[in-house]
Design a protein around this ligand. Structure first.
Ligand code: NAP
Length: 244
C-alpha cells in the first residue's frame, strides 16, 4: 500500500496500524525525510517491508515517479491512502491571497485526483489488476465550512468528498473500493500552520466527547476501510469526530 503524508500525524499512525495488519507500506512525505525514515523503521520492526518516497503530491512528475518506485519496490499496488493535506493560516476569505487557494487545492484536491488515477490504473481489473481499496482523507470542515478560519480548506475537502463518492461508483465494478474518512479535530502538528490553538480548553469543550481525537483513532477507521472486513462498504464517508 501507499500512504501519502506518512511522516507524521494520521498518516504515520495509519502506517503503523496497517503494518500490524500485514501490509507492506510505501511511505510518502514532502519535507521531513528523517521523520518518514523513523516510521519506516517501525514498520520494518513489525516484520513488513517499508519504502520511503519523497514527492510533493501537487507535482505531477514527482507523483508519477513515486508510483513507479512503488511498482519497482513493492510490486502492484492494492491499497492507497490519500492522506497528505494542508491548511493555511486562519483568515477571512477577503484577506486571503489567491496563491494560497491554488496551493490548497493543488495539494488536497489535484494531488488526491492524481494519486487516485495512478492507483486505479494499477488496481483495476480493466488493466489486469487484482483490485484494491482507496481511502481519502476529508474533514468535518467540509460540512461546517470553517467560516472565518479557512473556507478554502473546507471547500477543498468538500471536493474530496464529492470525488470519493463519484469514483466509488466508477471503480467498484473494476474491483476497487473507494471510501473516505472525515476527521474532526485531531491532535497533530497540522494546527501549527493555521494558528489554531488546538490545545486550548475551549476547543475540547466544543467537541461532544470533550477531547481532541488521537491520530490512532482515525487510523483504525482507515485500516478497517482498507481491509476485506469492509468488502460491502463503497462510497462511504465516516465521520471520526467525537460527535462533532
Ligand atoms: P500533519 O500532521 O500536518 O501531517 C501532514 C503530512 O502530510 C506530513 O507527513 C507531511 O509531510 C505531508 N505533506 C504535506 N504536504 C504534502 C505534499 N504537498 N506532498 C506530500 N506530502 C505532504 O497532518 P494530519 O493532521 O495528520 O492530517 C492528515 C490528513 O487529515 C490531512 O489531509 C488533513 O487535512 C486531514 N485532517 C486532519 C485533521 C486534524 O485535526 N489533524 C482534521 C480533519 C482532517 P512532511 O512532514 O514531510 O511535510
Amino acid at each position: 500500500m501507499l500512504i501519502t503524508g506518512a511522516s507524521r500525524g494520521i498518516g504515520a499512525a495509519t502506517a503503523r496500524l496497517c503494518a500490524r495488519a500485514g501490509w507492506d507500506v510505501a511511505l510518502n512525505y514532502a519535507h521531513d525525510a528523517a521523520a518518514a525514515e523513523q516510521v519506516a523503521d517501525e514498520v520494518r520492526a513489525l516484520g513488513r517491508r517499508a519504502l520511503v518516497l519523497q514527492a510533493d503530491v501537487a507535482d505531477e512528475q514527482q507523483v508519477r515517479r513515486m508510483f513507479e518506485q512503488v511498482d519497482a519496490g513493492l510490486g502492484r499496488l492494492t491499497g492507497l491512502v490519500n492522506n497528505a493535506g494542508i491548511v493555511a493560516p486562519m483568515a477571512r476569505l477577503e484577506d486571503m491571497a489567491p496563491e494560497r487557494w491554488r496551493r490548497v487545492f493543488e495539494v488536497n484536491v489535484l494531488g488526491t485526483l492524481l494519486c487516485c488515477q495512478l492507483a486505479a490504473r494499477r488496481m483495476s481489473a480493466r488493466h489486469g489488476g487484482a483490485g484494491g481499496a482507496i481511502v481519502n482523507l476529508s474533514s468535518r470542515a467540509a460540512e461546517f465550512g470553517s467560516a472565518g478560519i479557512y473556507v478554502d480548506y473546507a471547500a477543498s475537502k468538500g471536493a474530496v468528498d464529492t470525488l470519493t463518492k463519484g469514483l466509488a461508483r466508477e471503480l467498484i465494478t473494476e474491483g476497487i473500493r473507494v471510501n473516505g474518512v472525515r476527521p474532526g479535530i485531531i491532535a497533530t502538528d497540522i494546527h501549527a500552520t493555521s494558528g489554531i490553538d488546538a490545545a486550548a480548553p475551549e476547543v475540547a469543550a466544543g467537541i461532544p466527547i470533550g477531547r481532541l481525537g488521537r491520530p490512532e483513532e482515525v487510523a483504525e477507521a482507515i485500516a478497517w476501510l482498507l481491509s476485506d472486513a469492509a468488502s460491502y462498504t463503497v462510497g462511504a464517508i465516516f465521520d471520526i469526530a467525537g460527535g462533532r
